[in-house]
Design a protein around this ligand. Sequence first.
Ligand code: 5GP
Ligand code: MN
Length: 325
Amino acid sequence: MQPHLDHFRALIAERDRFCILSHIRPDGDAYGSSLGLALSLKAFGKEVSVYSEDGLLRNYLFLPGKEMVEKTPAAPPPPEVAIIAVDTSTQERLGETFVGWNRQPDVNIDHHQSNPRFGRINLVDAESPACAQILHDLIDAAGLPCPPEAATNLYVGLMTDTGSFQYRHTSAHTFEVAASLVSRGADPTAIAQRFYQSTSVESFMLKREVLAVTKFTHTNRVAHYRLTQEMYARSGARTDEVENFLEQLQVVGSVEVAFMLEEMEGGKTRVSLRSRGRVDVNQIAASFGGGGHRLAAGIRSSLPPEELEARLLEKIGQALASHGG
Ligand code: 5GP
Ligand code: MN
């Protein structure tokens, strides 16, 4: 990372204007990392824009600096504006509008194993449980300020991507970073309440439907469900209100792999996969053109959902068998 860190420092010194982007269907780490870095750069006197293909989703209205988040504009910024991608495994996942800009990001800051290093400067660490952890260290290493609003955003990224400090890659250093962010003004109780105890009744109703159609296969080592547009319509929930549904399947002790297929408007199917540890779901996702991490990965596919479901069950079965199960 060292030469890249030097280049990053130089870029911060040279440029006055920055634009920060993260992935489509943004999560807590995407917004937290974007806004954390944006507020740090702003406090350093830089001019910063934060773009997202999806704009700001409603669950994240509590984030300080939220008013900075804009939908990615059709026209690319002028060349003097440095483009920074955070928490995003491939350029395509920055969104169609960004792809239309035809610009290579100047900096790619990420923690996905499958990241192909698409930036000019790449700060990628697959050992980090959240992009926000990399950013915390980077902000310190580059001598940038970290005001309370930036610390709050980075804490949101860290808390959500580690599943509240449970998932793999949560290390002693992760707790040091959490402590550092709390000492700079992040409030763990307030953030956890805003995030985990604020679902709508519609979202609860959708979760009830999902649990009712969940199937257990492979002697209960695989759990999965299909989420349809009808289920959304019946419950009244929005597409951004399904976060953490899949994790509900992982509470069953026998489940090695949990996955879901969501039929999206426009005919494509979105798949999310989670593994307890033995199966590498990144590999499974990659064989369908997707990617992610060993324990959490995803796919966008144009295959008919029935076929995709059957082929995924087969692949996962093979992966389980190769681990002696
Ligand atoms: P989630 O299931 O939460 O949407 O995504 C889990 C992980 O897989 C995330 O880290 C995300 O970056 C990655 N991921 C999700 N969907 C896709 C996809 O369609 N393509 C690729 N390459 N990665 C994905
Ligand atoms: Mn992340």
